[in-house]
Ligand binder design. Sequence first.
Ligand code: C5P
Length: 421
Amino acid sequence: MPMSSPSGPTTGRRVLLGISAGIAAYKSALLARLLKQAGCEVRVVMTQGAQAFITPLTLQALTGETVRTSLLDPEAEAGMGHIELARWADTILIAPATADLMARLAVGMADDLLTTLCLASDAEKVMAPAMNQAMWAHPATRRNAARLAEDGWRLLGPDSGDQACGDVGPGRMLEPEAILEALRVAEGAANTGKGPASGLTITITAGPTREPLDPVRYLSNHSSGKMGYALAEAAAALGARVKLISGPVALACPAGVECLEVETAREMHAAAQRLAPESDLFIGCAAVADYRAETAAEHKIKKVEGEDALTLRLVKNPDIIAAVAALPEASRPLVVGFAAETRDVERYARDKLARKGLDMIIANDVSREGLGFGSDHNAALMLWRGTAGEEQEHLAPQPKREMARAVMGRALACLAARTTR
Ligand code: C5P
C-alpha cells in the first residue's frame, strides 16, 4: 500500500487529530507521522487522560505544531481560539476513541476541548474506537456507536484480536496504516468522482443474526460475514457510499465503509427498512435466522428434572430482502440476494428470485468442501433479470474478494440497464 507517498488525495487536507485515553494512543504518534507524510496539515488535541499514555511533546515534535490539551488555556486561545480551530479542520479524526469519549460525544457533551471542538465543527468526522472487547460489546457502547453513526460519524473498526489487557476479541484500534487508507478511500471516491459507482449509495447486509432464547443462549448459524464484507470493500473501492448492516462477526469494518452493527433479524430488518429507500442498490448477503423464539425467557432456562425434552415455540422472522424488494417503485433500490443451498442450487435460486421479487441472485452450494460458509473461497451461479429475460453466469471457485468484484460488476450493469429503461 502506498502509505508513505508524499502526495495523493489527502494532500493539503487539514486534519485535527484527537487522541483520547487508551493504550492505543502510542500508535497515534505513527498515525500523525503518516498523515504528515501523506501531505495533510495536522494539529493535535489530546484529552487529559491521553497524556498519561503519550506526551504532547511527542506529537508536537512530529507535527511541528503546538498540541492543544485544554479548553480554558488563555495563552493557547490567544493563538487560535477553539472555534477557529473547529472551523480550520476539514476532518476531525479521533484515534483512539475510548468508550468514555464515545459516550460523551453521543450525548453531545462539550466538557473538554476535544468534545467542544466536535460539537462546534462541521468538518467530516471519523473515529477509530479502541477499548476492551467487553466494553465494546456492552449495550451502552453499541447504542452510542449507533447514535454516532446516525449523527454522521464514520467509525473505522475496531479490529479484532489480542488486546493489551490479555483479552481476545473486537476492540483493538485499527492500525494507523489502515486508518490512513480508509481516509484515502473515502476521499478518493468523494473527490475524484472517478469510480464507476461514485454517486451511488449501496446498502449491504452481512453475517449471521442472533436470536435470543434467554439471557445467555441464542439461535444462530455459521455465517462468517466474509462475503458481505468483501462486497462492501469492493463497492467502496468502486467509489460508492457503502452502508454495511452487520450481524455479529469477527471482522473489522472495511476502509471507507459505514458499519451498523445489529444482533437480531428484527434489528437488521429495521435498519434495512430505514436505509434501503435512500439506496440505489441493496444486497442481502446476511444469513438471517428464519425463526426466533416466540418469547425470549427473562431468566436463564433451567433444566427440568425428569423431563427429557424441552419444547421451544419459534415464530417466523421478517424476510428482510423481500420487504425491500416490495418497496414502492419510487423508493425501491435494485435488489440482489444470496441463496446458500445444499442441493438443487439452480432450481431453488430461480424460485427465490421470483418468490422474493429480486432483480438478481447469487446461489452457492454450501455443502461443497472448502467453499461457502467460513471459507475465503466461493463458487456460485449468478442469475438476473436481463433485458431479454432471465440470464445467468457461473462463477468458478475463487477467493470471495474476487467474487465480490464480479458480483458488483454485474449488479452495476443491471442498475445501469434499469436507469436507461
Ligand atoms: O434464507 P434464504 O435462503 O431465503 O435467503 C435468501 C436471501 O434472502 C438472502 O439474500 C438473505 O440475505 C435474504 N433473507 C432475508 N431475510 C430473511 C431470510 C433471508 O433478507 N429473513
